[in-house]
Design a protein around this ligand. Structure first.
Ligand SMILES: Cc1cc2nc3c(=O)[nH]c(=O)nc-3n(C[C@H](O)[C@H](O)[C@H](O)COP(=O)(O)OP(=O)(O)OC[C@H]3O[C@@H](n4cnc5c(N)ncnc54)[C@H](O)[C@@H]3O)c2cc1C
Ligand SMILES: NC(=O)c1ccc[n+]([C@@H]2O[C@H](COP(=O)([O-])OP(=O)(O)OC[C@H]3O[C@@H](n4cnc5c(N)ncnc54)[C@H](OP(=O)(O)O)[C@@H]3O)[C@@H](O)[C@H]2O)c1
Length: 309
C-alpha cells in the first residue's frame, strides 16, 4: 500500500489521538486516548473499544500473521476496560473523572494459541500524537451500582485486570466510601504491577484501603506461588481486610485470567452447574454464601465479573 493510501485509511477510520503513553515495562502500557468528539458518558468499570488498521506496523518478535486477501484495509477492534491512575499529576485525588481523555492499561500479547494476536502488537508501536480508533459507545454491567456506602468492596485481579478496578477505586475514594476496600492483584513479575506506586501511596492516605500485591515468577515466589484463590482459602484476605467476608455486606469484583475467576458452566446433558477445576474464586466464594451475577437471568449477586478472554 502507498503512503497516500495509508494516510487516507487513517483519516477515514480514526477518530482519536494518543494524548500520553507510559510503559511501566516494555510489554505493558498506560495510554490516554483523547477522542475528537467529547468523551461519551460512562460509569467507572465499563469498557470501550480501541482499533487500528491491519496496515499499521507490528512490534518485533511477535507471532507472524497470515492475513486473508482484503484484510489489509480492515480495522482490528478489541474491547478495553477504562482504567484510571486515581491520583492526578499533582498527586491529588480529583473530585471529577477526566473529561478530556480515557485511560487504558494494556499488556502486549506476543503469541496466542488460537490465532496470532492482531491488535496489541500494533498498539505497542504507537507514539504520542498518533491517531487511533476509539469506540463511540462505552458499555458494561461491571460497575459499582449495587454497592451501598457502608459495604466492604474487594477487587481481585490478575495482570491488566486491575484496570476497571482502579477506576471504581477512584470513584469509591472520591465519594468518601465508608466501608472497607481491599484490592489484590496477582502478576508474574513485580514490573508487571504498573500502578503499584499509586496503590502504596493510597494506602498511606486512606485507612479503609488495603492493597495486596502477589507475584508468581520472581525467584522468591516461583516455588511457592500464592494465587488470588489462596488468599481467600488461607484466611489471609480476611486478616488483611481486618473483617470477615460476610456476603450480606461485601461485594467482590473479579477481573483477569478466566482460571482465577472460574466461572461455572451448565452441563448440557444434566443441566447441572459445573465449576472448572482447580477451583476459581467464584466456586470458593459460592461455598461461603456468595452469589455471582447472572446477566442472562438479570440476577444481581455480590460477585461481579469481567472476563477478558
Ligand atoms: C470487556 C473486555 C475488557 C478488556 N479489557 C482489557 C484491558 O483493560 N487490558 C488488556 O490488556 N486487555 C483487555 N481485554 C482483552 C483485549 O480485548 C484483547 O483481547 C487483548 O488486548 C489482546 O488483543 P490481541 O488482538 O493482541 O490478541 P487477541 O487475539 O485478542 O487475544 C489473544 C490471547 O491473548 C490472551 N489475552 C488477551 N488479553 C489478555 C490480557 N489482558 N492479559 C493476559 N492475556 C490476555 C488470551 O489468551 C487471548 O486468547 C479486554 C477484553 C474484554 C472482553
Ligand atoms: N516478562 C514477560 O515475559 C511477560 C510478563 C508478563 C506478561 N507477558 C505476556 O503478557 C501476556 C499476558 O500475561 P499476564 O501475565 O498479564 O497474564 P496471565 O498469564 O493471566 O498471568 C497473570 C497472573 O495470573 C496467574 N495465574 C495463572 N493461572 C492462574 C490460575 N489458575 N489461578 C489464579 N491465577 C493464575 C499467573 O501466574 P503464573 O505465574 O502461574 O502464570 C500470573 O501471576 C502473555 O501473552 C505473556 O506472554 C510476558
Amino acid at each position: 500500500m502507498t503512503t497516500d493510501e495509508i494516510a487516507e485509511l487513517q483519516r477515514k477510520n480514526y477518530n482519536a489521538t494518543v494524548a500520553s503513553l507510559r510503559f511501566p515495562n516494555p510489554e505493558l502500557m498506560i495510554v490516554r486516548i483523547k477522542p475528537d468528539a467529547p468523551v461519551a458518558s460512562h460509569r467507572a468499570g465499563q469498557y470501550s473499544t480501541l482499533g487500528l488498521g491491519h496496515w499499521e506496523p507490528r512490534a518485533p518478535d511477535c507471532q507472524e500473521e497470515n492475513p486473508k486477501p482484503g484484510d489489509e484495509k480492515k480495522l482490528i477492534r478489541r474491547a478495553y476496560s477504562i482504567s484510571c491512575s486515581i491520583l492526578d499529576d499533582q498527586g491529588n485525588l480529583p473530585a471529577q473523572a477526566n473529561a478530556e481523555w480515557l485511560e487504558f492499561y494494556i499488556v502486549l500479547v506476543r503469541k496466542a494459541e488460537k490465532a496470532p494476536p492482531a491488535l496489541t502488537p500494533r498498539l505497542f508501536m504507537l507514539r504520542e500524537g498518533a491517531r487511533i480508533f476509539l469506540g463511540e459507545k462505552i458499555a458494561g454491567h461491571f460497575t459499582l451500582e449495587p454497592v451501598k456506602p457502608t459495604d466492604n468492596v474487594i477487587f481481585l485481579s490478575t495482570g491488566t485486570g486491575e484496570a476497571p478496578h482502579n477506576y471504581m477505586l477512584w470513584e469509591l475514594l472520591a465519594k468518601g466510601h465508608q466501608g472497607k476496600i481491599l484490592a489484590a492483584c496477582c502478576v508474574r513479575y513485580k514490573q508487571d504491577l504498573g500502578y503499584a506506586g499509586i496503590h502504596d501511596e493510597l494506602q498511606t492516605r486512606y485507612p479503609n484501603y488495603t492493597y495486596l500485591k502477589l507475584t508468581t515468577r520472581e525467584s522468591d515466589t516461583v516455588n511457592q506461588k500464592v494465587y488470588i484463590q489462596d488468599l481467600i482459602t488461607s484466611g489471609q484476605l480476611e486478616e488483611r481486610l481486618a473483617d470477615s467476608l460476610d456476603p450480606a455486606r461485601t461485594h467482590v469484583y473479579l477481573c483477569g485470567n478466566p482460571k482465577m475467576i472460574g466461572a461455572a458452566e451448565i452441563d448440557k446433558a444434566s443441566g447441572a452447574t459445573v465449576f472448572p477445576q482447580p477451583p476459581g474464586v467464584i466456586e470458593i466464594l459460592s461455598k461461603r454464601g456468595f452469589q455471582a451475577d447472572q446477566p442472562s437471568l438479570k440476577l444481581k449477586g455480590n460477585i461481579h465479573v469481567e472476563e477478558y478472554w
